[in-house]
Ligand binder design. Sequence first.
Ligand SMILES: Nc1nc2c(ncn2[C@@H]2O[C@H](COP(=O)(O)OP(=O)(O)OP(=O)(O)O)[C@@H](O)[C@H]2O)c(=O)[nH]1
Length: 549
Amino acid sequence: MSDVITSNVSAKLDGLRQRFREKAVHEFEVLCSIGQAVASQTADCEQLAHADHSLHRLAGSAGTFGFSSLGEEARRLELLVKPAVDLCKTGADSGLANLDDEMARDFGQRLQSLQDFLDAGGEPTTRVVAKPPESASNEPLVLVIEPDAAQADNLVSGLGLYGYRVQLVEDLQQWQAGSAPTPPLVIVRDQVFLAGGGRLNETFADLPIVCIGATDCYRHRYALANEGADAFFCEPLNLPLFANHLDNLLTDRADAESGRVLIVDDDQELMEHYSLVLSAGGIRVKTVIGDPGLLLPALSEFRPDILLMDLQMEDISGMALARMLRFEPEWLSLPIIYLSAESDRERQLEALARGGDDFLTKPLSDSFLLRTIRVRCYRAKQLNNLVSRDSMTGLLKHSLVKSEAASEHARCERMGYDSAIAMLDLDHFKRVNDSHGHRAGDVVIKGLANLLRRRLRKTDVIGRYGGEEFMVVLPDCPMGQAELLLNDVCKDFSKIAFEGKSGEFNVSLSVGLASLASYGHPEEAIEAADRALYERKRSGRNGVTVAFQ
Ligand SMILES: Nc1nc2c(ncn2[C@@H]2O[C@H](COP(=O)(O)OP(=O)(O)OP(=O)(O)O)[C@@H](O)[C@H]2O)c(=O)[nH]1
């Protein structure tokens, strides 16, 4: 990964810093006149409240734009004026009664001097770590480091069946000589890994490294783990289990690097800054500014992993918004993180007691923001997966895949395109269990789930409908194209060799396919796909039958 974000994002961040500067200059003119009034003991409650609000915002935002000293001074002045503002709230004519002459003069002069901090220039901004561009393909590129040509051929063809593209090299030097993109996962012969003495870890920092080898004992496994390997598989490889493990490693990594965040703030520049930084780091971001009435529709449409919300936005309280969201059962478990310049632990705790889950105190560095949000999104996804995903396959559960089918049906009507819906069922699966054992049967089910994940697009929906039955929804996909694709899936699946009690075996797959747009109701399309599946089973299994209306 690179430590430099793209020049395009960098230029946009510089533009935001410039906008912050310009706004701050305007703000200082107002603060300067309030400073004069404070120094001469003539400031009223309205002016003090304005100064408090303004200083609070500067304290929270200046650091983000590279003016930490300005932010720190604003924070100190905010703490000085706060008691006076609180006194005003009790109805006192002027909160200045709380400041003695000398303090008032000092406070007034310091307000007038804020511009000096801006003129000092600020510190150079640090830039976040960018995420390498994602491959449009759903077939991950796996780097295999294998000096033995015959073993290498076996791996390439075996992994190819599961939809992995393999880049093969004999040793690390050969890879470094090439100019290929960095793969998301490395498979390496154990002896090559150990001989490299940690060089692989340095070269592929953060990437999962999976070792394969013929020796299996405690000392060997310990040595591999000690050098930083993430997994070890002993030969002969059980390919379905191996592919399943690779898939889990990749899904875990993808979960850790992606996420969806909805940001609610009233500071345009700050929000744009966060949004740019998070997007550059691979997080998908949506923002809501100005009208909090847009929050609920934005949540329903965007379905974020976490909500990042300012604690106080003009006259809108983030705490009240959080409580309001919790009225809806749908948003009860949505993690809400307050983003605030509030450093008082008591007030933070009060906010957490009112519907929030955590606090990020402004200002915060770009890399801290990105790292925290990544970890938070990852945790939120893991919890969400527990609820919505089938634990054996990681695919959507029955009710969720059905509701996705219904949403896609509605989209077909809105957008005027056709989408495919298919029911998939393993053939003679009872026999598989009876002959090879239930555990081998489970490996077959996971094998199909992995193959589907690899072969279908990221936008396709895959669910485990029942025991050995699956449902897939292929958005914006004409019937002919869907039939070709699913026929390929059937062919590849039937070639996979599984291992059971009675030796190697293959399993075939039957598919019933229907067009979502051709039916008035999603349930009718599901029934049609089901009938087509039944027809396929009757007429010989192992392939695809398209439903006729
Ligand atoms: N190993 C394993 N077996 C399962 C699981 N869920 C369902 N099954 C088995 O899948 C088998 C399905 O059998 P049937 O519905 O008779 O169908 P089939 O033998 O696949 O025959 P056809 O569908 O007609 O080709 C049953 O024996 C179930 O016990 C699971 O999670 N793991």
